[in-house]
Ligand binder design. Sequence first.
Ligand code: PLP
Length: 294
Amino acid sequence: MKIETQEISIPLLKEKEVRLFIKRIDKVHPFVSGNKWFKLKYNLLEAQKQGFKTLLTFGGAYSNHIAATAFAAKEKGFKSIGIIRGEEHLPLNPTLQFAEENGMELHYVSRSDYREKAIPEFLDKLEVQFGDFYLIPEGGTNELAIQGAAEILEESDTQDYICCAVGTGGTISGIINASADKQTVIGFPAIKGIDVLENDIENWTNTNNYKFITNYFGSGYAKVSKDLVQFINEFNTTHNIPLDAIYTGKMMLGILDLVAKDYFPIRSSILVIHTGGLQGNKGMSERLGVKLPL
Ligand SMILES: *Cc1c(COP(=O)(O)O)cnc(C)c1O
C-alpha cells in the first residue's frame, strides 16, 4: 500500500529549515479510522482463522476504537459486542450511535467493573453472558495489533523524526519496531500517567530509539481548550487537513511549538503520523458547543 504523504509549508518551517510531512493514514478507510485499521487487520484475520463469529471489545463512550471495530466487524461478517465504560445516556452520542447502526451490541458497565476488563474472572463472566467471542482488548492493542501497526511505516519514510500520538502505546510500538536505528520516534501521550505506558512500550519493542514529550496534552485526556479548537480550525483552513481534538491536534500544536523552540536541528525532517480519530470530533463538537472539522 502506498499511503499519501503531504509536505506542510509555513514560514516557521522555512525559517528554521525543518521539513514537515504528514502521513495521511486517516485516509486508509472512510470509517475504520487511521491506526485502528492497521491494529484490527491481523486480529480480524486471526478471528476468521480460528472460526469465531463474534468480536468483543471495550471502550469509552467516544472511543475511536469502538467505532472502528463496529464497522470492521460488519464489513467482515462478524457480530460485534462493545462493552462501554459508564452508564447509558440517551440519545446516544454520535460514536455510539454509529457503532449501534453498524450492528454493534452495546453493554454498559460501571467504571469499577470496567477496570477489571483484563482479569480472567471478568472475561469468564462475559463468556457466560455472551457465548464464544474473539477478544480485542481496549484500544485494540495486542501483539497482532502491533504487528499491523508496523506496516504504517514504509521504506520511503526516511525522515529523521517520526511523531505519533499515543493512547495505549500499541501504534507507536509497531512504528518503533519498523523504524531505522538512525530515526527517532517521538510519542505524544494523550494521557497523564506515562509510567505504565513506558513499561508496556518497552515490552512491545525491540529498540530504544524513541522518547516521549508529555507537556502538550493540555489539562488531560479529552480536555479541549479554546486555543486548541482555534488551532485545529486554522490548520484545516490553511492546509485542508482536519485534525482531531484528542490526539493529532494536540500533537501537531506541540510539534510546531517545538520547531519554534529549535528542538529539531536545522535541515532535519519530521514525519507526522495522522492517526485519524476524526469521528470523535462530532461528539466533541456537540459536547463543547464548538466547531471542529468533521
Ligand atoms: C486510538 C488512537 C491513538 C492511540 O493509539 P494507541 O495505539 O492506543 O496508542 C492515536 N491517535 C488516534 C487518532 C487514535 O484514535
